[in-house]
Write a protein that binds this ligand. Structure first.
Ligand code: 3PG
Length: 306
């Protein structure tokens, strides 16, 4: 059995070593395709792979067509919007993610970006503090929960809205659960986004939702760029000079944001929420173990294309 790690954005070496150990202990072979620049390289590498570990790498029908021996794809991470689930099911390929394994890393980055922004991007001028500010967590999954934990340490007043998580679960963590996204954005000066990119959520963070945020508002995005209605966010930021947008996922209109909103817009050059050795080890090794469990025992825990 051949397991391919195909990562345009590679894991830390220590994580690859850990993955190799799991795969070789099971008697399988590990192949690596890192930092590829061309889809043709991926199409070639998947030809004889029985299993693939990916990150944000795109697995579409063309890749699945090329991967004639493929049985399973594990997205080492949370969001699997980069995998064509219907095509995978049609090709009889199991798709899994590794929920929770990189969520602390993403949460730490979200808080780090908040500090960076309220301290005026460390430009030496007087900024503000997070303590006492109302933080709204939009979607209370693994990352949202970790953001709540760290934000409480900063002394922030933490609120959350999640369409699928019962209010009692949120409130057990000492977080105030609100009834709607509208209420969350109206209440909180800082909102941290943790919704997945789905047909329902794409473009859903729009002018109507953002316009009622309190004065000095800041939107922090460590989720996906697709959930933002960029044209409407630009319109809002043109109207509101107090509004900051801080993101770990570079918008399609990055140049326009950077030019128009200097001093209140920041994007990392490449999504780096999960770029820590710890997150790479956790997610990478979990992916390797899930592949071994699936191939040896048929274990389908964490399958997402049911
Ligand atoms: C995830 O969905 O797990 C995060 O967005 C991290 O993605 P990455 O592995 O591409 O950095």
């Amino acid at each position: 059995m051949k397991v391919l790690v195909a990562t345009e954005k590679p894991f830390a070496k220590v994580a690859v070593d850990g993955i190799r150990k799991e795969i070789e202990a099971a008697g399988y072979e590990l192949a690596l395709l890192e930092k590829y620049t061309d889809k043709a390289q991926l199409l070639d590498a998947v030809k004889d792979a029985n299993a693939i570990i990916i990150r944000s790498d795109i697995i579409d029908a063309e890749v699945l067509d090329a991967a004639k021996e493929l049985k399973i794809v594990v997205r080492a991470g949370a969001g699997y919007d980069n995998v064509d689930l219907a095509a995978a099911t049609a090709h009889n390929v199991c798709v899994m993610n590794t929920p929770g394994q990189n969520s602390n890393a993403v949460a730490e980055l979200a808080l780090g970006m908040m500090v960076y922004a309220v301290r005026n991007f460390y430009n030496g001028t007087s900024g503000t503090e997070l303590m006492g500010k109302k933080l709204g967590i939009h979607a209370y999954g693994n990352v949202g929960r970790n953001v709540a934990r760290v934000a409480k340490g900063f002394g922030m007043e933490v609120y959350a809205y999640d369409a699928f998580c019962p209010k009692e679960v949120i409130e057990k963590d000492g977080v105030k659960a609100l009834d709607s996204a509208e209420e969350l954005y109206k209440t909180c000066q800082v909102v941290s986004l943790h919704i997945p990119a789905t047909a329902e959520t794409k473009n859903s963070i729009n002018y109507a939702l953002l316009k009622d945020m309190p004065k000095g508002a800041m939107l922090v995005n460590t989720a996906r760029k697709e959930v933002i209605n960029e044209a409407e966010l630009i319109k809002l930021m043109e109207e509101r000079a107090d509004f900051k947008y801080i993101t770990d996922i570079m918008p399609a209109a990055n140049a326009e944001f950077a030019e128009k909103f200097a001093g209140r817009y920041f994007s990392t050059p490449k999504k780096m929420g999960a770029q820590t050795a710890e997150a790479n080890i956790n997610a990478g090794i979990a992916a390797a173990k899930q592949i071994v469990g699936f191939l040896k025992d048929g274990c389908e825990k964490f399958r997402v294309n049911k």
